[in-house]
Design a protein around this ligand. Structure first.
Ligand code: NAP
Length: 230
């Protein structure tokens, strides 16, 4: 292989691209490159698992449909679960229904949401979501304070408030999307599954958070139905 220039060039390109992506991830998570490579992030056997007291409160799709249809401002936070569920097309259909009713709907994208940089942007672009509805973390984080609803679809670590408060947490110091600051937060996920970091999410236990349990695509389809029936 060492005598084959094409293999050496291809290997160099792949290696540089990998290093660049790792560097981007480290920056997005407020970590040094060494910490990113060797800390074992994602291995829940070490560090605090973020035990949280209280309970998660479930909600039905019909109730979320009413809340959203009569909201002024909704911010959607997609995460890895939206990719697993391939829910992006339904999410865009829901968005269009809400926009037609006069609701201001924006998408908030965390730089490490999903499993590769730009994962959510690619999925939303594929579904036809226009770029001017999609905002990066720094652009939108201040907006959560004035949002009626933060709709979290299959995101977990990127909205976990312990990143701000618990120094023993493996995600401490990582910038997060301020979904907890919205007046109401609705989280779509299948059950009690942890995110990539393997820790509990304090957001799910807050008084202003409700859990809409189900697969991302099916739950979003239920929301579409609920809004259409109003
Ligand atoms: P996450 O923390 O991995 O959480 C994803 C959540 O989606 C899970 O809690 C899971 O809960 C839910 N889920 C899975 N399948 C679902 C489905 N079909 N329908 C609905 N929900 C579903 O995701 P994230 O908030 O996007 O965070 C990304 C994580 O990956 C970060 O920790 C980041 O550091 C890490 N990471 C990112 C990259 C990158 O470049 N973007 C690369 C490597 C690692 P249930 O099981 O209960 O449904």
């Amino acid at each position: 292989m060492l005598n084959n220039a094409a293999m050496i060039i291809a290997g160099t390109v792949v290696g540089s691209a990998g290093s660049l992506l790792t560097q981007l991830m480290a920056k997005a998570m407020n970590r040094s490159l060494g910490n990113e490579l060797f800390s074992g992030f994602g291995d829940s056997s070490g560090g605090s698992t973020g035990d949280v007291t209280g309970s998660m409160k479930a909600i039905e799709a019909t109730d979320v449909g009413v809340m959203m249809a009569f909201a002024r401002k909704v911010i959607i936070v997609p995460g890895y679960g939206m990719a697993v569920a391939q829910a992006q097309h339904k999410v865009w259909e829901l968005t269009q229904l809400l926009v037609d009713r006069g609701v201001d709907v924006k998408f908030a994208i965390h730089p490490v949401a999903g499993r590769m940089p730009g994962h959510m942007n690619v999925l939303l672009a594929e579904a036809g979501v226009p770029y001017d509805r999609i905002y990066d973390l720094e652009e939108i984080n201040a907006d959560f304070d004035s949002a009626d609803i933060a709709l979290v679809i299959g995101a977990n670590d990127v909205v976990n408030p312990v990143a701000r408060t618990d120094p023993s947490s493996p995600i401490f110091g990582m910038p997060i999307l301020n979904a907890d600051k919205a007046q109401n937060c609705v989280v779509i996920k299948r059950g009690q599954g942890a995110g990539f970091s393997g820790i509990e999410n304090a957001l799910f236990f807050l008084d202003n958070t409700r859990m809409l349990y189900g697969d991302g695509q099916a739950a979003t389809a239920d929301l579409i139905q609920a809004v259409k029936e109003l």
